[in-house]
Design a protein around this ligand. Structure first.
Ligand code: TRP
Length: 361
């Protein structure tokens, strides 16, 4: 069986460090591992519109931002098909058929959708399209016969629903769809990088993100204002690591080489942590080190982004070619789906014969 990856992002904002540790870094590794037959990365503009119907310009602007972010982290269009969801109309068709296989109650139980409904104050009037996006996500995944879906843990309910739909579809209509597996981030830090204010998650609306496209100056400023330990008033005070942002970020980004290069007084992160908890280490030192560490990751990304920014037509060409390629694959699956569902009237030559015979000719 082919090994196929599909994943994607809603284009509602630029991508940030949370996206980087939570998914982008892994995608590039998977892409370069050579272990997969096909890799699809989708810019989910149609899904973004499910709760931004009145703001299409926002979605349109962010399609190119997300594409630039992808290219600058090293997603390589020669190895990965980058495409725009709305440009593959087969996905919408497939979602329409899947809606018959899922109950309203089943979607209502989806914890991620529940949280999102609360966050958006949708309780009184949930757009039908938004409510159904988990079903449409099942079509995104299965249209490409994806076997592996690398996503954050908040997406687990979507993959679970997709698996249920696959089971149901194959049971009713015969073996047609591939069963996908979720691939979660490897470790706890990557699962969820907190915002610079110490909130559980980086989120644009909270203004606590470090963006991949931030300048070095912006990054330094954000790190300097990071939430640390409110009880650590004097350098000599013992500090606490729990919820201490710079240390959490160092967990995610630093290695021993960084210490040798930027902070040779310490061999590794453990020594730095020990000193901090003992007392006598100031937040400023930790933050300065973190700025250097982050720049090791961010500087090359920023450089590559600048290059692509100088060639926007090429970026749109990549998206167009990717969308065409994705459409071919999805169309093939849809042919199989229509045949399995017996709605392939004009491709099924036996149908005319069968009906003619029924009427005695
Ligand atoms: N829901 C995903 C997000 O919020 C985006 C997405 C849409 C997706 N379709 C997908 C992710 C299919 C993985 C597979 O970012």
């Amino acid at each position: 069986m082919e090994k196929v990856i599909l994943t994607g992002d809603r284009p509602t904002g630029k991508l940030h460090l949370g996206h980087f540790v939570g998914s982008l870094k892994r995608r590039v590794e998977l892409q370069n591992s050579g272990e997969f037959d096909k890799i699809f990365v989708m810019i989910a503009d149609a899904q973004a519109l499910t709760d931004n119907a009145d703001n299409p310009e926002k979605v349109r602007q962010n399609v190119i931002e997300v594409a630039l972010d992808y290219l600058s982290v090293g997603i390589d269009p020669a190895k990965t098909t980058i495409f725009i969801q709305s440009q593959v109309p087969e996905l919408t068709e497939l979602a329409f058929y899947y809606m018959n296989l899922v109950s309203v109650a089943r979607v209502q139980r989806n914890p991620t959708v529940k949280t999102e409904i609360k966050m958006r104050n949708f309780e009184q009037s949930i757009p039908v399209g938004f409510f159904c996006y988990p079903v449409s996500q099942a079509s995104d995944i299965t249209a490409f016969k994806a076997t592996v879906v690398p996503v954050g843990e908040d997406q687990a309910p979507m993959i679970e629903l997709t698996r249920e739909i696959v089971t149901r579809f194959n049971h009713i209509y015969g073996d047609t769809l591939a069963m996908p597996e979720i691939m979660l981030p490897e470790n706890q830090v990557c699962m969820r990088l907190p915002g610079t204010d110490g909130q559980a998650k980086m989120s644009k609306s909270l203004g606590n993100c470090i963006y991949l496209s931030d300048t070095a100056k912006e990054v330094a400023k954000k790190v300097k204002s990071m939430y640390t330990d409110p009880q650590h008033l004097n350098i000599s005070d013992p500090g606490h690591l729990e919820g201490n942002c710079p240390f959490i970020y160092l967990d995610a980004f630093s290695n021993d080489g960084h210490f040798e290069k930027y902070l040779p007084e310490y061999k590794n992160l453990q020594e730095l942590k020990d000193h901090y908890t003992r007392g006598g280490l100031g937040d400023g030192t930790v933050k300065k080190f973190l700025i250097n560490v982050l720049e090791e990751t961010l500087a090359p990304i920023r450089e590559r982004r600048k290059e692509w920014e100088q060639n926007i037509p090429a970026v749109y060409d990549i998206l167009k070619e990717g969308s065409e390629k994705a459409r071919e694959v999805a169309a093939k699956t849809l042919d199989e789906v229509r045949a399995a569902m017996k709605i392939n009237y004009f491709d099924d030559l036996d149908l005319v014969k069968e009906q003619s015979k029924k009427y005695g000719n």
